[in-house]
Design a protein around this ligand. Structure first.
Ligand code: UDP
Length: 373
């Protein structure tokens, strides 16, 4: 088969890296990068780090409003899809690149396969939710990571071509986690970011969702991080460049014990999570990785699409939104400052993360006609 894969953002490069070896072992992949994320820290560096193929087509369609960006992607994609005539267009997740890939292909009558289908926050204020809903309703194959995703699709009348494949990001995390298990890795990371890092003696945070760029939301999460951070246990905050600009423009500070760092590489992100006392994040990917690594996690959003990650966490993952008092009490419960080092060392020593088998399941499913009612 000839498959066009459409990626554009950091999490899509990571998902593509998990799938590409299995896909290319059996099929021809044409790799299209929309350029939704274009800087090295969010995109460029991941090609080398994850061994991704260079894109066959790069659209350079980053920046602009949602409409401008999505329109530029559609305009860029159409002639490529017409010329390549793929058997299927593969889209990942819930970004504007997902929407453009799905819509562009469907309008040309090319079957769409959606990886991470069926996730719902049930919050249509989120641009990601709109992208997911449209992609799911255009897809011929819906590759669901969880049972609740399958249920969500069924509730919207989507049953044909739905395959529960597991979580593709778990495949890559399982493969890479062995490389970051030794806490000695923290010395090199600490040297790069200018902080001394000891297991369990820091918190790791990421913030990038659009809703968390509103001034009131930024003030709220900055307050949560400032309260959580101490000189002995700083917060390492990997900040999306857009969030950093918004924070600077609003003149909001996170205080002296929150270290703002550039977006880190994939292994560094896994390592910083694994050896932290706890993770605070609004990221879907980081949330699941924290769960797989067994790290306590506070979700800095009001909703989550990853209901299973919360339900299966034995209370280690809590959706706190931007409620400062709740965040403080949950952090005190999940990551008391006294026991951090021992807990982190035990966690890393006993880590045994297995792949979900999603990459192989996706390739196998694509080779069959879609089934189901
Ligand atoms: N990530 C990374 N560097 C960082 C922060 C996160 O490589 O500094 C990785 C993280 O480990 C996960 C992915 O980025 O694999 C999550 O992507 P993101 O948070 O941008 O998007 P989301 O998952 O919310 O769609």
């Amino acid at each position: 088969m000839k498959i066009v894969s459409v990626v554009g953002t950091r999490p899509q490069l990571i998902k593509a890296a998990a799938l590409q070896p299995a896909l290319r072992a059996r099929h021809v992949e044409v790799f299209v990068d929309t350029g939704q994320h274009w800087d090295d820290a969010l995109a460029g560096d991941f090609f080398a780090e994850l061994g991704l193929a260079r894109p066959d087509h790069a659209l350079g369609a980053g920046g602009g409003s949602h409409a401008e960006q999505t329109a530029a992607m559609l305009i860029g994609l159409e002639p490529i899809l017409v010329a390549e005539r793929p058997d299927v267009v593969l889209v990942f997740g819930d970004t504007n690149s997902t929407l453009a890939g799905a819509l562009g292909a469907a309008k040309l009558g090319i079957p769409v396969a959606h990886v991470e289908a069926g996730l719902r926050s049930f919050d249509r204020q989120m641009p990601e939710e709109l992208n997911r809903v449209v992609a799911d309703h255009l897809a011929t194959w819906s590759f669901a990571p969880t049972w609740s995703a399958v249920d969500n699709l069924r509730a919207e009348g989507i049953t044909r071509g739905v395959v529960l494949v597991g979580d593709l990001m778990q495949d890559l995390a399982a493969f890479m986690s062995a490389e970051v298990r030794d806490p000695a890795i923290l010395a090199a990371i600490g040297a790069r970011i200018g902080r001394t890092l000891e297991p369990g003696a820091y918190l790791f945070a990421t913030v990038h969702r659009q809703e968390n760029r509103a001034p009131a939301a930024m003030a709220a999460w900055a307050g949560i991080l400032a309260d959580a951070a101490t000189a002995d246990r700083p917060v390492i905050l990997s900040l999306h460049p857009g969030t950093r600009v918004a924070l600077d423009e609003a003149g909001i500070s996170c205080g002296p014990d929150v270290a703002l760092v550039q977006p880190q590489g994939y292994r560094t992100s896994l390592a910083l999570q694994l050896h932290a006392a706890a993770v605070l994040t609004d990221s879907g990917g980081v949330q699941r990785e924290a769960a797989w690594l067994g790290v306590p996690c506070l979700v800095l959003r009001g909703t989550t699409e990853w209901a299973e990650a919360v339900a299966d966490s034995a209370g280690r993952m809590v959706v706190v939104g931007l409620d400062g008092a709740r965040a403080a009490s949950e952090l005190a419960r999940l990551a008391p400052s006294t026991a951090g080092a021992e807990l982190a060392r035990d966690r890393a020593a006993s880590l045994d993360l297995r792949p979900a088998g999603a990459a192989d399941a996706i390739v196998a499913a694509l080779e069959q006609p879609p089934t189901g009612a």
